[in-house]
Each structure stands twice: as C-alpha cells, then as structure tokens.
Design a protein around this ligand. Structure first.
Ligand SMILES: Nc1nc2c(c(=O)[nH]1)N[C@H]1C(S)=C(S)[C@@H](COP(=O)(O)O)O[C@H]1N2
Ligand SMILES: [Mo]
Length: 373
C-alpha cells in the first residue's frame, strides 16, 4: 500500500510557481513524455493512437498480455482471476469515449500550479472495446454484502510527494456496478490491442470522468467496505484553494470546445495566418455532465457570440460532438473564441477558475489569427 518511509528529499508538497517563474526543466521533462493531441487532429472522429493525448505519472510498465491476470476480489462472493483470453470470451462492448486530463489548461493559470504543463490539448477520443465492469462485478458477486468502494490498481509504481505507491483510484460501488454508466475493462483501442502507453494489455475506462479515474495496466479490482483513502483519491485530484484543506474530489469533465486553428501556422509562435474571405472553422466539444447542445463563436473580443452548427451522435453519449461554421476574415489581427454549453446548462468561463492543483480549467479557447493579403 502507500508508504512514506525514507523519501525525505522527494517529499516536496505540491507547489505553485512564483509570479515570474517560467516552466522548469522538470516540467519540460514531463511535457516531453506526456504529449497532447495536436489540435489539427480534432479532425478525426476517433484519435489515431499516437495522436491521442498521453499522461503517465511514473513509467510505462513492462507487461505481457499472454500471462496477464486481472483479479476481482475483496468483499465479493466469488473472487475472479482472469487472463486476456478469458476476458475476450465474455460478451464484448465498444464505447466511443472522450478522455481529458483533469490538468488540461493548467499552464494557462496564474499563478501556475507546478505539474504537467498542459495548455488545452490533453484530450482524445477512442473506441474502447472490452467487458463491462458491471458484468464482472456481478459475476464476482460484488455488492451482495453492501460494500463501499471499488479500488482499481495499475501495474505501474512510483513515488509522489514522498508517497510510494502503485497507481490506484476508486469508484463508489453504485457507480462501478451500474450498467448505465458504461464503465469498461478495455483490451482494445480503435479495434487494435491497447498500445503500451494507453494501458496494454488492459485498462479501465470511466466515461464522463476526467482521465485519472481510467486506470491503465489494470491488474486488480478490489471491493472494499470502507472509503478508499489512497494518494490519488485524497491527496491528489482535489479542488483546493489552500494546501491545508481537504478539498472537493475531481470527478466529472466540465464542458469545453476546441477549434482546429484555422489557416496555417508560424513555426515558432504557432500564430495563425489566413487570407481575406470565408474561412471554415471546425472543432469538437464535450462535457461529462450532459450532451453539448451549443457551441458559440466570438470574433469581437467576446462582445457578441454567434451559434455554430453542432452535430452530436445520440447513440454515442460519451464522445465529443463536432461543430462547424464559416467566419469571414478581413485584413488585420483577430481573436477567435469558442465556448461550449451542455444540456444541463454548464458552460465555459471567460476567466480561468483557479485551484492549487490546476484542475478543471475549462476557460474558453482563444486563438489569435493574422489575416494578410
Ligand atoms: N496506471 C495508471 N493509470 C493511469 C495513469 C497513470 O499514471 N497510471 N494516469 C491517469 C491520468 S492522470 C490520465 S489523464 C489518463 C490518461 O490516459 P491516456 O494516456 O490513455 O490518454 O490515464 C490515467 N490512468
Ligand atoms: Mo490526468
């Protein structure tokens, strides 16, 4: 389990950068390992593996699909230990799910929480195939004794702020066991075996929740009778204003729209260049709370907004929607802003919501565009 002995020099608490403190080499090292979705890849309905964002806390573990076992035990009537072949024999389902890292938007916060410095690109969508978690829990007889949490353990191991641990997260049993929540034990991504960085050979996929819940390299599902208090549940992934408060748990994905930056880029600054005239604008929008019903565009500094055309597939409630519109460019410098709103009336703020971990910053996306003749 989690341990803290002997990690004195690695026990630094989570930190917020000073007013003029730039991105450190340590943050750069994280950013080079954990890459985002290049925004032009929003064009694909499902993100090709390699373009889907990646976030790995420790190392990608060495795993072997041929000998892999998934255990389902703890407070269950019939503990299970299953290999990949046995999982593949069970009825399979495929869900198209948009995953987003809870830290997406962190690097745009001021002051900046020091961690993986995402701008806006920590997102991806894939068709995940596997066995419903609800079916495995039912087979194991979970819940027959009124148990509490379901803990998911990955095969990766590390130390974080002085706490040595296997990567672990939990869901309340009613969520984990509810077939309507579509929580999935997945062995395929876009029809192929999981790539190493996305959890090969097996991962959890929790639709509608930020990515930290979707435990990769899944080796154990443990039903407990008390709330799980592991590091990733109670120390990390909390909305906190002060370091010494318990904070609220990070769970459901807040709405966000992203546009494919129009025209062509400047290599160094990524500034966009377009010619005068009609410019097609397209992108994606998602929310873990409810379907996205509206995506608006502003080209006048957010004084006024016009609706874009939103196309969602009602059969795929966990996947991003597509949106498109046409914008007429005139010579000069413009700022384009997009904003998503979901059916439960959650929308995106015009000023960034700040917390110490830099979680859930779904500030509107602003793209500077230079229109030249
Ligand atoms: N075992 C394990 N699972 C994990 C992680 C991890 O470091 N180890 N990172 C989590 C986080 S923070 C995110 S955002 C998602 C990223 O999933 P992806 O890399 O497949 O996009 O995986 C989650 N599952
Ligand atoms: Mo994440």
């Amino acid at each position: 389990m989690d341990g803290t002995t002997g990690f004195g020099e690695l026990s630094a608490p989570g930190r917020v950068a000073g007013p003029d403190e730039g991105i450190s080499t340590a943050e750069l090292a994280l950013a080079a390992r954990n890459h985002g979705l290049p925004l032009e890849a929003l064009r694909y309905d499902t993100s090709p593996p390699g373009l889907h964002y990646v976030l790995v806390h420790y190392d990608i573990p060495a795993t072997d699909a041929d000998t892999w076992r998934l255990t389902v035990d703890g407070r269950v009537g019939r503990p299970l230990s299953l290999g990949l072949a046995e999982l593949r024999e069970r009825p399979a389902v495929t869900h198209r799910v948009t995953l987003e890292c809870a830290g997406n938007g962190r690097a745009r916060l001021a002051p900046r929480p020091v961690s993986q410095p995402w701008l806006v690109e920590a997102v991806g969508t894939a068709d995940w195939t596997g066995v419903p978690l609800s079916a495995l829990l039912a087979e194991a007889g979970a819940g027959e004794e009124g148990a509490g949490d379901v803990v998911f353990t990955g095969a990766d191991h590390g130390v974080e702020r002085g706490t040595e641990q296997d990567y672990r997260r939990a869901l309340p049993l009613p969520h984990a066991a509810d077939p309507a929540r579509d929580v999935l034990v997945a062995y395929a991504m876009n029809g192929a075996p999981l790539p190493p960085q996305h959890g090969s050979p097996l991962r959890l996929v929790v639709p509608g929740w930020y990515g930290m819940a979707s435990v990769k390299w899944l080796r154990a599902v443990t039903v407990t009778d008390s709330p799980f208090t592991g590091f990733q549940q109670t120390a990390a992934y909390r909305f906190r204003q002060r370091a010494d408060e318990p904070g609220e748990p990070v769970t459901v994905i807040a709405p966000r729209a992203l546009m494919i930056p129009p025209g062509f880029p400047d290599f160094m600054t990524r500034a966009r260049v377009v010619r005068p005239g009609p410019v097609p604008l397209t992108g994606r929008a998602w929310s873990g709370h409810a379907p996205v019903v509206r995506v608006e565009l502003s080209d006048d500094g957010e004084e006024s907004w016009t609706d874009t055309e939103v196309t969602a597939d009602p059969g795929r409630p966990w996947a991003w929607a597509a949106w498109h519109t046409t914008w007429t460019a005139t010579p000069g410098t413009h700022r384009l802003t997009v904003r998503a709103t979901d059916a439960a009336d959650h929308t995106q703020p015009l000023t960034a919501p700040w917390n110490r971990g830099g979680f859930g910053n779904n500030l509107v996306q602003r793209v500077e565009v230079h229109c030249v003749r």
